[in-house]
Design a protein. Structure first.
Length: 443
């Protein structure tokens, strides 16, 4: 009998080279049978490669399924989730794309592509503000300039889209006294269209959003360039997270540049919705409107004049001179040389005059001017209001006569000693009201 151990050695020696019991491969044959080392370490790579091929071929759902197999093989690889997010988005499954992008961001927070995938999915879901925030989060952690550029582009688009949604509809607020102190309404419409309403008179225009930023707490801030009634004004704006308060600030310098802060005469806080209450002028006849217009006009002018000239203003003469010459009223002509404080009041007066013409309409203002110039008689033009109108007209005339008498008593200008030049009015106080009609210009 052959001993057991030598028999086993003999059997092993007679087997073909490279074989072992049980069929396991050794040597070069084992190398050929075994999958590549990379696939052993990352078994999902084969599925990922297949998914890439299907994606290039436009087979988006099949590609997503292949990436799903890669995820089943190793769910810790962020690229598998990112790739499936992309495939699902191309297959019009934005909700699924967002879920996968969220997972990719969790696995690799500093990866730009994960944030980009998430922002794209949010964009397709109609959530531009969250998309902008996703881009902002990526910009905080990404260092590569090329990746920052792509995220920055998408962030700008999404933040602007978010702002357009937040601004849409009516807003109302009262402008500063320097700009006329009137109530103003804005309505931001689709495709960059804009409406402005002052005293019931509507103006149409356009707007463009610029440099919009979305913060983590939901606030929006940036520029809104307004083209309204022929005037182009670069505003600074911000909207709170609740979308109930809009802050606007227009430039008070010439040439106009977008302000950097929300302060000064150009600032106005606006709330959502329209001004409550009906039009106070509704139902009034033209004569009643002319009477109210003239009453507000003279009272406002006298209130703005320096104390030493109030009883003796020459309003009528200056109004008549302008009307007869076909010009427009200018507060510098009404008040004359003044201090910087007075000139600031002059600007407020200019803007108040513009607001009055808006409130009562050009036709009412022109009817009042005809009465002032004597081209029309109150008794025939507006018999029901004739008595009150004639009283106001006498008030204009009396003021003019008093000024002429004062001028005759004063020495001629060339005989008077030279006056110390007044400091020039800063450009900030000389800017016209940005959204009022231009028929009355600030000095």
């Amino acid at each position: 009998a052959i001993p057991l151990q030598p028999l086993r050695q003999l059997q092993r020696a007679q087997q073909p080279q490279g074989q072992r019991p049980g069929g396991a491969a050794t040597g070069s044959a084992a190398a050929m049978a075994r999958p590549p080392a990379a696939d052993v370490e990352k078994p999902g790579e084969t599925h990922k490669a297949r998914g890439n091929e299907l994606l290039k071929a436009g087979e988006f759902r099949e590609a997503a399924a292949a990436y799903g197999l890669a995820i089943e093989a190793d769910a810790s690889v962020p690229a598998y989730w990112s790739n499936r997010s992309h495939a699902l988005l191309r297959a019009e499954d934005a909700a699924g794309a967002l879920r996968d992008a969220d997972e990719a961001v969790k696995l690799k927070p500093g990866w730009a592509k994960a944030h980009y995938r998430r922002a794209q999915a949010l964009k397709e879901l109609g959530r531009p503000h969250e998309a902008a925030q996703a881009c902002a989060a990526g910009l905080e952690v990404v260092a590569a300039e090329a990746e920052k550029k792509e995220l920055g582009k998408l962030h700008e688009v999404m933040a602007s889209a978010s702002a357009a949604i937040a601004l849409s509809g009516w807003w109302h607020g009262k402008v500063s006294a320097e700009l006329g102190g009137f109530d103003q309404e804005f309505c931001f419409l689709a495709e960059g269209q804009l409406m402005c309403c002052v005293y019931g008179q509507e103006l149409t225009g356009e707007y463009i959003l610029k440099d919009v930023e979305a913060s983590a707490d939901g606030k929006l801030r940036g520029g809104v360039n307004v083209d309204l009634n022929g005037q182009k004004v670069p505003y600074l704006f911000s909207v709170d997270g609740n979308r109930e308060m809009l802050r606007l600030c227009c430039p008070m310098a010439s040439p106009p540049e977008r302000p950097r802060t929300f302060d000064g005469p150009g600032f106005v806080g606006m709330r959502k919705g329209r001004i409550a209450g009906a039009d106070a002028l509704e139902g009034l006849s033209e004569g009643q409107r002319v009477l109210r217009y003239l009453t507000e006009l003279i009272e406002a002018m006298e209130a703005r004049l320096p104390p030493d000239t109030k009883g003796d203003s020459g309003i009528a003469d200056k109004l008549l001179e302008e009307f007869e010459g076909g010009g427009t009223v200018n507060s510098n002509q009404l008040v004359g040389p003044a201090s910087l404080e007075d000139k600031s009041k002059q600007m407020a007066n200019d803007n108040m005059l513009q607001a009055l013409r808006l409130k009562y309409t050009e036709s009412v203002a022109e009817a009042a001017e005809r009465l002032i110039k004597g081209e029309a008689e109150a008794s025939t033009a507006h018999p029901a209001e004739a008595k009150d109108l004639e009283r106001l007209l006498r008030r204009f005339k009396r003021a003019g006569e008093e000024e002429r008498e004062e001028k005759e008593e004063q020495p001629r200008l060339e005989d008077a000693p030279a006056a110390t030049p007044e400091p020039e009015l800063p450009a900030s106080a000389a800017a016209p009201a940005p959204l009022a009609p231009t028929s009355v210009q600030a000095s």
